[in-house]
Ligand binder design. Structure first.
Ligand SMILES: *Cc1c(COP(=O)(O)O)cnc(C)c1O
Length: 381
């Protein structure tokens, strides 16, 4: 059976990228590998829309979050952490681990934080010098408007740190133009690679903060990574194979073009959402990211039966909810290496699995609804 990942990480890897990574290993202190690095540097600057270096770390996305905290913040940096799910919480947990004082701004899971809420919290806490945000809160499916939020943070002269781990490569992200000080992502989400790499883009102001930090770091020290970046090398042995894959994946992204890529994700997400509405199922987040379609499972629709049916019978791997959302949501992700065909297939599997577990489905209706969005023709009345 063919397995398809409709999960918000890891995501499916294109054949071109897998083939690149299947080549014999090369040594990392060679001109040949410097070329790979150079190509990654340029591709990442395009991806993050920044003129500054984008660091490449050998770790999962969380490593870049941790690297950002230990490199950019200090023991005295009062930090506001916006929490609306598992990943917002993670920023707070990392701050706590290193003794960085923080105040939480909690929004209910499934909600997005508004610019007004953020402004209010910053007015109430005038000592705040850094704010940690999550562009796409993958645990709930909610999208945060980073452009608007970063503007609020900048107005108050604080540093703006953004977890864009599922935002980057899916949603518009303009690090320099939007005044983001740190943006991080990982390889196994929108970048269409296996897990194992993480990336961080920093503003000039953030680089100044790196010089002042009093927090301990070594492997994840952004200062060390920056020094090597300038020489088109890495401070220690990098994940050579993944980086050759990255160069290829970034080429694919560049040839598609960021605007087209954002638009493709928007269309795929809208098609899936329309299909889910047609199936009579409610969507969970109020402002959904285009990363995944998060279904709020109604009473009588059992998460584990449905997800097992999808995977065991149709090879469709989906994700569930964590913590307070355990058993309450089904997450169908559509980020990275997917096209219209994957969306139609996914909707078809969803229709069939729902029917299998006893949910009333008019076979083909949801597929037709998705197709109407994909072919951008107005819905029939
Ligand atoms: C996946 C994810 C992370 C964690 O990344 P790992 O690669 O699992 O360390 C953090 N934030 C968001 C929004 C994510 O989707």
């Amino acid at each position: 059976m063919k397995t398809r990942l409709y999960t918000p990480g890891p995501t499916m890897v294109p054949e071109q990228v897998s083939l690149e990574m299947a080549a014999p290993i090369i040594h990392h202190r060679t001109p040949e590998f410097s070329k790979v690095l150079q190509s990654c540097h340029e591709g990442l600057q395009y991806l993050f829309q920044t003129k500054n270096p984008v660091l490449m770390l050998t770790c999962s996305g969380t490593g870049a979050m941790e690297g950002a905290v230990v490199s950019v913040l200090s023991r005295s940096t009062l930090t506001l952490v916006v929490r609306g799910g598992k990943f917002g919480e993670r920023w707070g947990e990392i701050c706590a681990a290193y003794g960085v004082p923080f105040v939480p701004l909690d929004v209910p899971w499934g909600e997005s934080v508004t610019a007004e809420q953020l402004e209010e919290a910053l007015v109430a806490n005038p000592g705040v010098r850094a704010v940690c945000l999550t562009q796409s809160e993958t645990s709930t499916g909610a999208l945060n408007d980073i452009k608007a939020l970063a503007a609020v943070v900048k107005k108050r002269n604080a540093l703006c740190l953004v977890d864009s781990i599922t935002g980057c490569g899916v949603h518009e992200l303009r690090v320099d133009e939007w005044g983001i000080d740190v943006a991080v992502t990982g390889s196994q989400k929108g970048l269409m690679l296996p897990p194992g790499l993480a990336f961080a883009a920093l503003s000039d102001e953030a680089w100044e903060a790196v010089k002042r930090t009093d927090l301990p770091s070594y492997y994840l020290s952004f200062a060390k990574h920056r020094k090597s970046w300038e020489k088109t090398t890495t401070p220690w042995t990098p994940a050579i194979t993944l980086l050759t894959g990255l160069a290829r994946a970034l080429e694919m992204i560049r040839s598609e073009g960021l605007e087209k890529l954002w638009e493709r994700h928007q269309t795929m997400a809208e098609a899936m959402r329309q299909a889910v509405r047609t199936l009579g199922l409610p969507l969970f987040p109020r402002v959904p990211a285009n990363v995944q379609t998060v279904i709020a499972l109604p009473d009588g629709l059992d998460y584990s039966r449905l997800s097992k049916q999808l995977f065991n019978v149709y090879g469709m791997k989906t994700a569930g909810g964590q913590d307070q959302l355990t058993g309450k949501i089904l997450r169908v992700a559509h980020l990275g290496y997917l096209d219209d065909g994957d969306i139609v297939a996914g909707v078809s599997f969803l229709e069939r699995a729902l029917a299998d577990v006893g949910w009333k489905v008019n076979s083909g209706e949801a597929v037709a609804a998705a197709q109407r969005v994909l072919s951008r023709t107005p819905a029939a009345q």
